[in-house]
Design a binder for this molecule. Structure first.
Ligand SMILES: *[C@@H]1O[C@H](CO)[C@@H](O)[C@H](O)[C@H]1NC(C)=O
Ligand SMILES: *[C@@H]1O[C@H](CO)[C@@H](O)[C@H](O)[C@H]1NC(C)=O
Length: 380
């Protein structure tokens, strides 16, 4: 009996840790590094000169999203110094949360229509518009043009742009933003070193791919590399393939690629965010690491270090590993935004496995834990 109860409480514990396991990291426009959703708290790790020691400052406050969505992602609106959060609330996946780092306050923007935003999105620098490629290969946008650091009272509708100008069958998007263009890496049939391009200002898919030199053709993660304030739009982005073998910095003006060291922690579940001078990795077990970036020849010999002032507040590694278990269950392609693009229902299976499955599997997990609890009580 006691053993059974222990088993049941262990189940409860592992289920509970899944709920809080969708953190993200982001910079504000002054290059303070924030860690959101770390064991239910948010932290300001300050600028890179503070990362080597000490403890980040808690900035947890009311109005924050629970950071329990599927693949919660964070974005910097550099012009307005605002951080936007997509998919931060599993119960309201179409909400976008806005954090004002100056006022340290949150507001929630409701949206209507649109794709499952747990997929892959970018935020354009100059127009303040999000772009998402959905599982059917349709591109969507969500305009925050009229917002700055706070939500407006009326909902903002997602707008369907058009079908991607390239073959998206079985494509798990690897999207990047620089120079007000969206880059799609590892698209079907496109060799390593090249990308498909969407030109935002003309709302147009460039008919030919562009070569950038040498990088591997793999699924991976990207992070726009910002320029200092008032120096304009990002002109490069980092790309880390899932195998963590390298950190590529792709310059979209010279169309060249610099190869930097791959992260020390090879983690296909890691996410990345860059400032003007560092590329930061958040691993799926909650560790935060960075490599300095100087846009000089020093970059090829730079190495990765831990952001030490986040170590003591990092999500426990058990939370990270159980969240992986949670996401690994069979994916449902149902749209979590409450509306579908019209053609997504079962038409193809190129969606990422596990999409929108995490919150579902948490619920299933909780129900089985409850059921086991009931059985345990019944046996007693
Ligand atoms: C870089 O690529 C873009 C997009 O294809 C192209 O418009 C531009 O002319 C290229 N620049 C150079 C220097 O090749
Ligand atoms: C969510 O993240 C996991 C780990 O990075 C990834 O395998 C999965 O494809 C992502 N799901 C979506 C829908 O992007």
């Amino acid at each position: 009996m006691a053993r059974l109860l222990t088993l049941v409480s262990l189940l409860f514990l592992s289920v509970a840790s899944q709920v809080a396991a969708s953190p993200c990291v982001a910079f504000d426009a002054d290059w303070n590094l924030y860690a959101f959703g770390f064991n239910g708290n948010d932290y300001n790790a300050s600028s890179s000169s503070s990362w080597a020691s000490g403890t980040a400052t808690s900035v947890t406050t009311s109005g924050r999203p629970p950071f329990d969505g599927t693949n919660t992602t964070c974005y910097l609106s550099q012009f307005y110094n605002a951080i936007y959060v997509l998919n931060g609330d599993s119960e309201n996946p179409s909400d976008v949360h806005l954090f004002d780092p100056t006022a340290k306050s949150w507001t929630t923007q409701t949206t209507t229509g649109g794709p499952n935003v747990s997929y892959s999105a970018v935020l354009d620098h100059d127009t303040n518009v999000f772009y998402v490629l959905d599982v059917t290969g349709e591109l969507w946008f969500l305009s925050f043009t009229n917002l700055t650091t706070a939500a407006q009272s009326s909902a903002i509708p997602w707008t369907n742009v058009e079908a991607a100008g390239f073959n998206t069958a079985s494509y798990q998007p690897v999207m990047a933003l620089a120079d007000n263009h969206v880059y799609f890496l590892n698209a079907p049939g496109v060799a390593g070193g090249s990308a498909e391009i969407f030109v935002i200002h003309f709302s147009w898919f460039q008919p030919t791919t562009q070569s950038y030199g040498d990088f591997s053709a793999q699924h991976g993660q990207t992070a726009s590399i910002f320029l200092p304030a008032n120096e304009g739009v990002q002109l490069a982005f980092a790309y880390v393939p899932d195998d963590g073998s390298a950190t590529y910095v792709i310059d979209v003006i010279s169309n060249t690629t610099v190869t930097m060291a791959g992260p020390s922690t090879k983690d296909s579940g890691a996410t990345y965010f860059a400032s003007d001078a560092a590329i930061v990795q958040l691993t799926s077990s909650g560790a935060v690491n960075y490599i300095p970036y100087t846009n000089s020849s020093a970059d090829t010999s730079a190495s990765w270090s831990s952001v030490k002032n986040l170590v003591s507040v990092a999500p426990t590694s058990s939370a990270g590993s159980s969240s992986k278990t949670g996401t690994a269950s069979a994916g449902s392609s149902s749209s979590t935004s409450g509306t579908s693009s019209g053609s997504s229902s079962g038409s193809n299976s190129n969606g990422a496995p596990g999409m929108s499955a995490k919150s579902g599997s948490v619920v299933v997990g909780m129900m089985s834990a409850l059921l086991l609890g009931t059985i345990a009580i019944f046996i007693s």
